[in-house]
Design a protein around this ligand. Sequence first.
Ligand code: IZC
Ligand code: ZN
Length: 410
Amino acid sequence: MKTLIEKIGLLATPLGSHPHRGAEQGQIAEVADACVLIEEDRILYAGPRAGCPEGKADRVIDAGGRLVTPGLVDAHTHLVFGGWRQHEVPLKLQGAGYLDILRAGGGILSTVRSTREAGEEELYRKSAAILDGMLALGVTSCEAKSGYGLDLETECKQLRVIRRLQETHPVDLVPTFLGAHAVPEEYKEHPDDYVNLLVERMIPAVAEEGLAKFCDVFCETGVFDPDQSRRVLEAGKAHGLIPKIHADEIDAIGGAELAGEVHAISAEHLIATDERGMQAMAEAGVIACLLPQTSFYLGKTYAPARRMIELSIPVAIASDFNPGSCPSYNLQLAMNLGLLRYKMQPAEVLSAVTINAACAIGLEGEVGSLEAGKKADLVIWDAPDLDMLLYRFGQNLAGTILKAGKEITR
Ligand code: IZC
Ligand code: ZN
């Protein structure tokens, strides 16, 4: 089955399967009057119409002169959770900070209670519906973390939901074990015992069952300090899980430096990161996975994205969808904030949500650019060019979405 997408006004894509850093962050191929030829779920050709291989396609899609890019990749989500946290909003309005609410047993710990109570089927249905919404916004691959169980049974329940979604939902999912998301209430008085449990029992069990590809930790004031975080990430590595780290979201306590030290594939948030942290990341080639919707929602400053690009740190942008600090999976809005708050150029933003995001979750060989051999994941936007896509905000501009060569009906 061959599909031809014709009359593409502008095809915009990064090229290659490597992180785009420095000046390359803003280098994308822009081809006017282009077409894409697809066989089954793969791209056969993407480029100028004049170079398109001859032959009859089984199906032709008219792009109507619009912009086509790779499908978006959301490299950081807390997709699977029970309940929501809408009742914390009034507390925030009265001045309670994110960490104050957590310290009082709310925040992540409130979602842990709801997730422990929720059945697997219930979590599956809720997450599938959320994924439908993400796909409608043009997100065709996504990372999903556990982290609302904080015991082996519930963490595995979350990871099994992610595995089942990967088997049944069109969006490609990559699982991350985030057992080190908070210290559970039952270990409040002796947090190091929880770290021991993570290192000695939970990480080996999750790895043994093949339930996760990455191991993540929330390295933050009052959560896990750098020494505890190091133990978790090293244990993950010893069991074949690639390290990721929530670093410097609220306070710079050495998370970015640790990301460099353990050669994490990516460090996330980095709102409060300082020069030393960025140098460590640059030297170790760590991808910065920035989450601007969270800065917006917490009323924080924005990560120093321009300085990161200057230092040749590859920048990815993700949604951080979660029930606390970012109850939105709108990656298009994150892109707008990338432009307006990070001061990234449209082409830099595109690399951040395609190839760099794909690299941050190990999918760069499959997705992240429109090139022969890669998966036919793409979006035909209701926009003629990238400037328009990044300029408008607050409405879904994804026109037609193809996932693995199949047109998504919404
Ligand atoms: O549920 O609050 N920052 N983890 C670290 C989160 C935000 C998710 C949450
Ligand atoms: Zn997160």
